[in-house]
Write a protein of this length. Structure first.
Length: 170
C-alpha cells in the first residue's frame, strides 16, 4: 500500500489505501486508511455513523447527507501522518502526534454514506473548536472509494492549514 502526499498544485493532498473496513456496533462502519510514504507507515481511521440527516436532491441532483464522522488514531502511523502533513504545509508540528479521536461534521457531495460500498463519496468535513480567542474553523475534503480501495484527504484552502493541524494534534 503506497501513500502519496502531493503538493504540486500548491495544496497538500494525501491519498491512502483502504487497509480494511469493519462494522461497528449499532450499524456504524470504520474504515482504516493507511499506506507507506517515504518508508514510513501513515494513516488514520474513519468512523461513519449509521444515522445521517438527509436532504433530498431536486432537479436530478443527488441527495445531501449531513452527519458526524470521527477521524481516529492508529497510534504511530497517525502520529507520523500529522507530522508529514505539517511538513507538507511548511509549518511546525503542533504537538506530539495525533489525538485519539476528532469529530467532524461531514456533508456529502454525491454518494450515500449509508451504503459506503455502492459508489464513491466526497465529503466536505468541518471542525469547529470550542470558542477560544485563537480558535479557527477547519475544513477539508474527504473522499472514500471502497471499490477502488482509496481514501483521499485533500486540502480545501490554505487558510485552514493551521486549524486542521490544531484539530488533529495531541
Amino acid at each position: 500500500m503506497i501513500a502519496t502526499i502531493n503538493t504540486s498544485n500548491g495544496h497538500a493532498d494525501v491519498d491512502l489505501a483502504i487497509a480494511f473496513t469493519e462494522e461497528l456496533p449499532e450499524g456504524a462502519t470504520k474504515i482504516t486508511a493507511a499506506g507507506t510514504f517515504e518508508d514510513e507507515l501513515i494513516g488514520f481511521g474513519i468512523e461513519f455513523p449509521m444515522s445521517w440527516e438527509i436532504y433530498p436532491g431536486q432537479g436530478g441532483r443527488p441527495s445531501i447527507f449531513r452527519g458526524k464522522i470521527a477521524i481516529t488514531s492508529l497510534g504511530t502511523p497517525s502520529d507520523i501522518f500529522v507530522r508529514r502533513l505539517a511538513e507538507a504545509y511548511g509549518i511546525p508540528l503542533m504537538g506530539d502526534g495525533m489525538k485519539d479521536r476528532v469529530v467532524f461534521t461531514a456533508t456529502s457531495f454525491g454518494g450515500d454514506p449509508l451504503h459506503l460500498k455502492s459508489a464513491p463519496i466526497l465529503f466536505k468535513i468541518f471542525h469547529k473548536p470550542e470558542a477560544t480567542p485563537d480558535s479557527a474553523d477547519a475544513e477539508y475534503f474527504l473522499g472514500i472509494d471502497v471499490e477502488v480501495g482509496k481514501v483521499t484527504f485533500h486540502e480545501k484552502d490554505f487558510e485552514y492549514r493551521e486549524a486542521i493541524l490544531k484539530a488533529l494534534s495531541a
